[in-house]
Design a protein around this ligand. Structure first.
Ligand code: SF4
Ligand code: SF4
Length: 179
């Protein structure tokens, strides 16, 4: 199978540097408002800060894949004397919590690395983080052409299929096509 060189975007999180200011959440929410920058609702952010100020816990977590079922077990992590649950590290939009769900529609949110045309130099959360917690890099990788990453439209469709089912999405698209 043919291979192609792909630029893989990566954000490294230096969690110990996070001061919990939530500038990243606001920047992400504003960038993804429709129209852009028309509102700032942090519940729409694709990055969320898990925080427990009394225990000095500030953990940036990026929205990942949607999952229809919650985990059947719970683990806990103790790092540098701080206690975290496995939900704290989890990137999924899942039925057991409100995180990473669009507040009006309930659709799953997923970090799209601020895809835009023309492309941004760095994602908004990285640009607005004041403490060097989030470090952005672009890495060249050889990948099979089939594996090229999904774009923003595909991510949205994938999310709708996960929530409403393929049949419902296909019927809706067909209906819209006839208008
Ligand atoms: S990379 Fe962009 S989409 Fe992802 S969390 Fe940061 S601001 Fe939001
Ligand atoms: S902007 Fe940076 S320091 Fe502030 S909460 Fe987000 S990751 Fe933490």
């Amino acid at each position: 199978m043919a291979t192609a060189t792909k630029i893989r975007k990566r954000i490294t999180i230096h969690a110990s540097k996070c001061i919990g200011c939530r500038a990243c959440e606001l920047a992400c929410a504003a960038f993804h408002a429709k129209p852009r920058y028309s509102s700032i609702n942090p519940t729409r952010s694709r990055i969320q800060i898990i925080k427990d100020p009394l225990k000095d816990i500030y953990l940036p977590v990026y929205a990942g894949e949607y999952t229809a079922a919650e985990c059947t077990s719970r683990n806990k992590y103790i790092l540098d004397g701080k206690e975290y649950s496995n939900c704290d590290f989890c990137r999924a939009s899942c039925p057991s919590r409100d995180l990473f769900k669009e507040p009006d529609s309930g659709l799953a949110l997923k970090c799209d690395m601020c895809e835009d045309t023309p492309p941004l130099k760095v994602p908004k959360c990285v640009e607005w983080c004041p403490n060097g917690t989030l470090i952005y890099e672009e890495i060249e990788e050889d990948v099979q052409e089939q594996q090229l990453q999904l774009g923003e439209v595909e991510i949205g469709v994938e999310s709708m299929i996960a929530k409403h089912g393929l049949q419902m999405v296909l019927e809706t698209v067909a209906k819209l096509g006839k208008r």
